[in-house]
Design a protein. Sequence first.
Length: 647
Amino acid sequence: MVDKERFPDEQPRFPSTQRNGRKWLMIVALVLMATYSCMHHIQTLSPEVWLPRVLNEVDSESGVCPQVAEYDPTAALDGIDVHKPSTETSVYRLSQAVQINTSVGDDWPSPDEDPDAWQLFHPYARWFEKNFPHVHDADSPVHRDVIHHHGLLYTWKGTDPSLKPLLITAHQDVVPVDSSTLSEWVHPPFSGHIDFENQTVWGRGAIDCKNWLHGSMASVESLLASGWTPRRTILIAYGFDEESGGSQGAQYIAKFLQDKYGESSVAMLVDEGTPVYSSSDPEAYGAPIAAPAVIEKGMLNVELEVRSKGGHSSMPPPHTSIGFMSRILSLLEDHPFPDKIEEKSKAHIKFLQCMRDHPTMPSKLRHALYKLEYAERLHTRTFDSLRLSKLPIIERLLVSFAPKFWTTSKLENARQGVLDVLDYSMLSLLKTTQAADVIHGGVKVNALPERVTAQINHRVATYSSIAEVQTRYKGLLKRFAHDLSLSLTAFGQELIPHTNSSLGSLSIRNGSWIVETSRPSPTEGEKAGPWRLLSSVIRQTWHLDEPRHILQSKSSNVIRVPTNYEQPVRVSPTVMFAITDTHWYNKLTDNIFRFASLSVHPDLTGMSMFHTMHTVNEHVSIDAIVKAVDFYTNLMIAASHENIENI
């Protein structure tokens, strides 16, 4: 007890429990404040916050998706007014062309061996002569060579022989129509039906590739009629068996050109390929984009053959030939080629980067692409001063001082992060694919099959090779054949010899169609002049604020009036998903671009035009027909006037 007389200044104190409560209240408040501050700071440092701000400069020259200015043809035209065909003329030409069946199958004998099989191209050639009279006039400056019976090569000689020619290619043939699918077509496949409601022309070849073939020829016709003369020689080559490899058409045309002009004699080549995607196409993630392919995957068809003893099916062995083949195909599908991003995957990654801010791009993929670009810049130390100043202080230190092995690891992790969130369709453009497409075996249900064959189609990744695919087959199937007592011969090499204990044989061999992966066409640096010119012409041709071209009736033959628009389409390089016959022209130029002139407007049929190639209901929009003529006309004018190598 306190003695108040001895300690007069002593005041009553708070109980200890009250003092402790206040202390803990203050501590909790401080902790909450600190936590809020830290969380806010961490959120600010989160890559999801600062990466888009630092890296998303898509319209600058240093951005991940740099864009060139649209081409200005004023100087190139020098006052000439180009009279392009009316919408009606273009549409009816294509409709008539689709009605001429030019289907070509696989493994046809050459025109020398069986000329009758190829007679279907004669009516097509006569139709050309009738519908493009200026080109085929006897006094025309355009010369036509007929190569290997049906290949067409048009040469419009330029006034400046020092300029390398521009080469535009397409093909006259189309894939056959499966008769069992005829009932599935909205309109018959060779009707060329003009659908005014959906502003569409229906039929086989409407896209692949008569629209582009006639677009390029209509451009020459229009330029001739307008009195325009090229400075640079223009070559237009139409093969006639692209759908079966081009060995009869493009191969002979390429040899003719090489003999005449020599190797590396062409400035640039533009062929069919990947398209202008509309906002409704799934590949575009909700916004139009033009995507010329600058590299092409290879192709290898592998033929498998299993042989085993025949006999009565009442006394079967553990595995028949069909059983062996089934296990082989299952083994191959259980071991697909790996998902990888390599340096030669650059074109497809750029395509994805150009779309990462499109409306329907999945957020996980968008963030993964931002992280990948950051890792690439970190690895190569390519941060400009503007971006560097926007980085958090810790990241600035990493950019300046991080060791190479650490940045390499970060790049590999970022690439894997993209692979982890890509869907299969996008992954297939990066990897080597395999598809078991044909299988034959057996003749009767109570007889053991002595021989079974299968054919597997591979589209070889841009970073891989035919040899790498063959090596993988040997490694994967050697153990399999050994365990099941099969002899093995792979690509001409005997790996497991036949013995008395062998239950059968497995043979692996190349199919008849082999195409190595192509080299990429330059899109950056001093050698990328052709790419920059092509990009500028595409941006000149397609604008997001340009209305759809329509054909209102059969009598709406109105001449189009040029109009200026302000929102050019974005352009990105990409990888060709399939193969074309351009590989025959590889020795002529390093600048090969595979591009499909289509439309930035959604398809009114509700289908994707590009996804109906080679299948039922192939069709093309009227807007795309018009834009094909615009594109090839603009390309010829620009390429003729500009010194491509110095752009």
